[in-house]
Design a protein around this ligand. Structure first.
Ligand SMILES: Cc1cc2nc3c(=O)[nH]c(=O)nc-3n(C[C@H](O)[C@H](O)[C@H](O)COP(=O)(O)OP(=O)(O)OC[C@H]3O[C@@H](n4cnc5c(N)ncnc54)[C@H](O)[C@@H]3O)c2cc1C
Length: 382
């Protein structure tokens, strides 16, 4: 039987970063990816910050980066648009290329990657795969959000669309709590009039919602379709279960506001890989739990994002229209200068009408957000 120190199930961003870190500690690691090609099917808008790429140890080369995002238009249900300047720190990346790049990093340092091979289960240190059994000390579960369940697992559809209403560098976020309850629709430009157009929401018929959105937008062609779950429920509490370590979306490490996870899920994989390497060096199992390291980076912000999500879900379309119509240009300037794409609770609260918070995004706690909620409700009634 084949033997590795670690077998990783799932060869996307979190599994591959995990494998890279394990291999860099000189330990043997095998990644199993059920798809026949790393980076596919691409179920991601690919929006992330330069800072996130830097943190994950990924160079933003032309091979990976498709587009620099200049602005984000936030559109209310009645069509009122608020434009936020995105500065120079937000990128649209091609996930097919990004994941392959990280796979190459991991491979060069000693990891083995096997596409077209499914993880089928694990018993007593033996992983069962579609290509036979493999023995290992640790199995990393990086199989994505579909492992999670419940009402915080939203439905989404994202199509690759060619249309003249997709404008280079301009992201569009469409809010409508009737059509996209608990989420939104989006347009992320890629290149040459192409873009990723998506919808998400709680218990929606995502393909029907997509069709309706596209029909409203004008002439278009669809080149590719995916339907995928998005997790907004926050991180799971137990990432180590015996000899299994959960990472990435499978561990609930996506942003509770937007479901974005390249950064935070990728970080989960990376930090878990470092923790596993320490365990393999020392034999001390207490090293396996990487929760504190991940929480140090994302804990406070995610708690606040979770609270903000609860506020946003309570707003009906009339309230959203009213709030976005009242956004002042000074607020937009402040968000443009102080806002942070990844740690964005301050920016959302500023848009909602809470003054002077954009600069303290990282210090906001859930109880402060609860107080903000009362303020917003009062304001909406005015
Ligand atoms: C429509 C959509 C748009 C998004 N847009 C953005 C965005 O713009 N920015 C952002 O930061 N995040 C975005 N996200 C979230 C982002 O895609 C995820 O957070 C990120 O891909 C998580 O990486 P992961 O490695 O944890 O899991 P995944 O990327 O879900 O990867 C799981 C991998 O496991 C494999 N797998 C599953 N079962 C098995 C098995 N039995 N054996 C072997 N392999 C298996 C799958 O094939 C897959 O490759 C979006 C998500 C969706 C659904």
């Amino acid at each position: 039987m084949e033997r590795y120190d670690v077998v990783v199930a799932g060869g996307s961003i979190s599994g591959l970063l995990c494998a890279r870190e394990i291999a860099s500690g000189d330990h043997s690691v095998l990644v199993l990816e059920k798809s026949h090609e790393i980076g596919t099917p691409q179920h991601c808008g690919g929006l992330l910050s330069r800072a996130a790429l830097d943190y994950l140890g990924i160079i933003p080369s032309n091979r990976i980066v498709g587009n620099q995002i200049r602005t984000a238009d936030i559109v209310s249900p009645n069509g009122h648009t608020v434009r936020v300047d995105a500065g120079s720190g937000i990128l649209e990346v091609d996930r097919r290329m990004l994941d392959k790049y990280v796979a190459e990093q991991a491979q060069k340092i000693g990891a083995h990657i096997r596409a077209g091979t499914s993880f089928r289960g694990m018993t007593d240190g033996t992983v069962r795969s579609s290509m036979g059994d493999i023995s290992c000390d640790i199995m990393v579960d990086a199989r994505g959000a579909s492992l999670l369940g419940g009402s915080d697992l939203l439905v989404s559809a994202q199509y690759e669309v060619c249309a003249d209403w997709i404008r280079p560098g301009e992201v569009v976020v469409m809010l409508d709590n009737s059509k996209y309850p608990g989420f939104f629709a989006w347009i992320i430009p890629t290149q040459g009039g192409m873009g990723k157009v998506g919808v998400g929401g709680r218990r929606i018929n995502a393909t029907a919602a997509m069709q309706s959105l596209l029909d409203d937008m004008g002439r278009y062609s669809v080149f590719r379709k995916i339907v995928a779950p998005i997790w907004v429920g926050g991180p799971v509490s137990d990432v180590v279960r015996g000899s299994v370590v959960l990472v990435g979306d499978a561990a609930g490490q996506t942003k509770p506001t937007t479901g974005g996870g390249i950064y935070s899920s990728g970080a989960g994989g990376m930090l878990a890989g470092q923790a596993i390497a320490r365990y393999l060096q020392t034999g001390d199992r207490s090293h396996l739990d990487y929760t504190d390291a991940w929480q140090k980076e994302f804990g406070r912000e995610f708690e606040a994002q979770h609270a903000v999500r609860r506020i946003l879900e309570r707003l009906d379309n009339t309230a959203i229209d009213s709030i976005l119509c009242k956004v002042q240009s000074s607020t937009l300037k402040r968000i443009a200068s102080d806002g942070d794409f990844d740690f964005h609770v301050g920016a959302i609260l500023a848009l909602l009408g809470i003054r002077g918070v954009a600069h303290i995004a990282r210090d906001i706690t859930a109880s402060e957000v609860r107080r903000a909620s009362a303020y917003i409700q009062k304001m909406v009634k005015m």
